[in-house]
Design a protein around this ligand. Structure first.
Ligand SMILES: [Zn+2]
Length: 763
């Protein structure tokens, strides 16, 4: 047998199984030609147990189409929001799929945050645009059955959930219709899946009752035990689901029966009393013209497999190979997919160790890296390494092809290294620019017309980097100087460059500052950020070197701020933009420090949920307020840990206002938070992003005065989003409005209101 080793750069996570379980999975899969695609809205909507059951148990080609990447969600593991959170959740899904064995797909739909109605979602996404993406995935994936996770009705809750099912139903028929999205037909054929199913809700007793009444309901017991893997599919689901770390989805691995149900909603229904969602669908090699002989050999290979001598399976696989290659040459999609799987099954049975180790994990374009190839045949079966090639670079021939079957095996090129604590690690090879222009802030606030310093960190990724950083500003804005040179001798060196930026007179915010430099004939206008949340691989992103400049008239009478970080947010930096100093308060500060030095203390989002030290020291904080301090609590989630916040009673609820343009009214216009030191007007609620706020209070003691009222279209007024109370000589404020999103995004009005909050409404 002759091997060609082709290597390529992108990272490729490793399957969690090896040895006998991996070979069993591979041989099983070669014998099944069936496929199932599940559709829902977000990372973590998927029924992982169903995916694991079909992929690992039934050996079906299994896919999950998440319309969005979940960028509008919350983040329990770090400060990343928006696009960066979407990137983290994308990789959480990819890790989950490695465990449950399914493939992962997305559309262009953006998760814009919680939405109560299908209409709002449809308006934001664009009906045809997202429908065409779903049709595209169906035409490419060619599923036999499609499973919707939601019903397409308001019972789904989130508007994006509803739309995933509404569009999923439309896409099921549109994918089969050549007159729909004909521009796709240059690349794919129309595809008619056999049936569309709904995976019924069984979370509550009422739902269970409703599901039981549905006609033709098919049961899937994901609690079935797989003796080769040593777990049930529900247990695999627990492992897979626990990858959604940013969402706090750590799940148990429950053994024993676990019933899930599927109901046909379109297409050919299964026969009456059928027990299988694939009823009547041929998932054997008979569905491929001329495939019967190949199927016979592959079935024999699976039967004859000996865990102690996997190499003895090779002759059968090699017999099947030319037959399968001939069918694949006629462009049959199943044969093409199975040919790739056959290559991998052969590598597994031969215990092949194929590796391309790069001597470093980052490289600048035009530089040289050393790649060490290792090919190890750990079976008695004779094999020759014929050639090695690095994709996009070229390769070398090592031996003359001399008869035998020829195979191409593809592996990622990566940096393999030893960590003294973690042991052997691998990291994807990343191509990086020669220098990165990092901006410590995304937003710079100008509370008046004075110039402010903007700092740019130049990070060298190569030795002897030199050049000049040039700034471009919007009309009317100026920088002193406009350009600064830099020179660095070593890779990894950082050099801060400082510029004085003066705002334009009378300009409406926002404006932008763009930084760029030239290295050789290459323009660099991006920074570099490495997001590290193990077990995800390090994620390297290159954010554009752009700062948002916000000129807004804002005063604050609070200067020294204490901040109790909660689940993670970017508020401390945003508060510094107001000219305040911010001290992060740890457990010992809360226990012992003299808090009277702070003009205001702010607790971060979900701080009471995640910090026992904060809950324990609440009496000290209230004493601080009583003596004249200002305490500001942001949103928390009502859970069993939570202690009553504030000096007087109020209860938290799930009430929220999701439409970021929802009008905001002032029920008590004389409230100092609306007047001092900044006069707040409805204009300050313009340009907000994602939402107004969440987890508002539902009822409160009469000592509290409400400050703001808002509501989503068609709902009743929510007044519990901001509560104000005098307590002793001080002020207590609870606010569920989304300052943690609006301030880091540079929303001018949000800064004016939050300045009043910090100032406790005092002038
Ligand atoms: Zn969801």
């Amino acid at each position: 047998m002759v091997l060609t080793l082709v290597l390529f750069a992108p990272a490729h996570a490793q399957a969690p199984f090896s040895g006998t379980p991996a070979i069993e999975q591979a041989l099983g899969k070669l014998n099944v030609l069936g496929s199932v695609l599940m559709i829902a809205a977000h990372p973590d909507d998927e029924n992982t147990a169903i995916l694991a059951y079909y992929a690992r148990g039934r050996h079906m080609r299994t896919g999950y189409l998440s319309l969005t990447r979940g960028e509008g969600g919350q983040n329990l593991i770090g400060p990343e929001q928006g696009n960066l959170l979407g990137l983290i959740r994308t990789h959480e899904l990819l890790e989950a799929r490695q465990i449950d064995g399914a493939e992962q797909y997305f559309t262009r739909a953006i998760d814009f945050g919680f939405s109560k109605t299908a209409d709002e979602t449809m308006a934001k996404w664009g009906h045809d645009r997202i429908l065409s993406d779903i049709v595209w995935v169906i035409r490419r994936f060619r599923p036999d059955i499609v499973i919707l996770r939601f019903s397409g009705t308001p019972r789904d809750g989130h508007g994006q959930h509803q739309v995933s099912a509404i569009l999923g139903k439309e896409a099921f028929s549109a994918a089969a219709d050549a007159s729909r999205f004909p521009e796709q037909l240059k690349f794919v054929q129309p595809w008619k899946a056999t049936r569309l199913l709904f995976n019924t809700f069984n979370f509550t007793q009422d739902q269970e009752k409703e599901s039981a009444a549905m006609k033709g309901r098919i049961e899937v017991d994901t609690g079935e035990y797989n003796p080769v893997l040593g777990v049930s599919y529900s247990q695999i689901a627990g492992m897979s689901r626990s990858m959604h770390r940013s969402q706090g989805m750590g799940a148990g691995q429950r053994p024993g029966p676990s019933r899930n149900y599927l109901v046909t909603i379109a297409g050919d229904a299964p026969a009456k009393d059928a027990k299988d969602a694939f009823d009547g669908i041929d998932t054997t090699w008979n569905r491929v013209p001329g495939g019967a002989a190949t199927g016979g050999l592959l079935a024999e290979a699976a039967r004859a497999f000996d865990p102690h001598h996997p190499d003895r399976t090779l002759p059968l696989l090699l017999q099947a190979y030319p037959l399968l290659a001939a069918i694949a040459a006629s462009d049959d999609p199943w044969a093409r997919a199975k040919l790739v799987e056959l290559h991998e099954a052969i590598a597994l049975c031969a215990g092949l160790w194929l590796d391309a180790n790069v001597d470093q994990y980052a490289a600048v374009p035009g530089s040289t890296v050393e790649v060490k190839y290792t090919a190890l045949n750990r079976s008695p079966f004779p094999m020759t390494l014929e050639s090695v090639a690095l994709e996009g670079v070229g390769g070398v021939s090592l031996a003359d092809a001399a008869g035998g079957a020829h195979f191409e095996i593809v592996r990622p090129a990566r940096h393999r290294y030893i960590d003294r604590v973690e042991g052997e690690q691998t990291r994807a090879l990343t191509v990086v620019p020669p220098v990165a222009l990092n901006l410590p802030q995304n937003v710079v606030l100008f509370p008046n017309n004075t110039a402010r310093k903007v700092e740019i960190e130049v990070l060298a990724e190569m030795a002897k980097a030199s050049g000049e950083v040039q700034l471009a500003l919007d009309p009317g804005w100026s920088a002193q100087p406009q350009a600064r040179p830099f020179q660095q001798s070593q890779a990894g060196e950082q050099m801060p460059l400082s510029f004085d930026v003066t705002p334009a007179q009378g300009a409406d915010p926002p404006a932008y500052l763009r930084a760029a430099t030239h290295i050789g004939d290459r323009e660099v206008a991006a920074g570099m950020l490495v997001i590290s949340h193990p077990p995800l691989p390090p994620l390297t992103v290159f954010p554009p070197a752009v700062v948002k400049l916000v000129r807004v008239e804002v005063r604050t009478t609070a200067h020294k701020i204490g901040y109790v970080m909660g689940a993670g947010d970017e508020m401390p930096e945003a508060i510094r933009q107001l000219g305040c100093t911010v001290t992060l308060l740890g457990a010992s500060d809360l226990e012992q420090r003299d808090l009277s030095e702070f003009d205001a203390i702010v607790t971060g989002v979900r701080a009471y949920n995640v910090r026992a030290d904060l809950r324990a020291n609440l009496p000290r904080l209230l004493e601080y307020v009583h003596n004249g301090g200002t305490l500001i609590d942001q949103y928390n989630v009502a859970d069993s840990n939570l202690v009553p916040m504030g000096p007087y009673k109020f209860s938290l609820s799930h009430a929220r206002v999701d439409v970021e343009e929802a009008p905001v009214a002032f029920p008590n216009p004389r409230n100092p938070l609306l007047r001092m030191p900044n006069e707040i007007t409805p204009k300050d609620f313009a340009g907000w992003i994602q939402e107004r706020g969440l987890y508002f209070a539902s009822d409160w003691d009469t000592h509290y005065e409400t400050v703001l009222e808002s509501h989503d279209p068609g709902e009743k007024q929510q007044a519990g989003g901001m509560l104000y109370a005098r307590y002793g000589k001080g002020v207590y404020i609870f606010t569920g409005y989304s300052w943690f999103r609006e301030l880091p995004a540079g929303v001018p009005g949000a800064y004016r209101i939050f300045a009043n909050i910090l100032s406790g409404g005092r002038d």
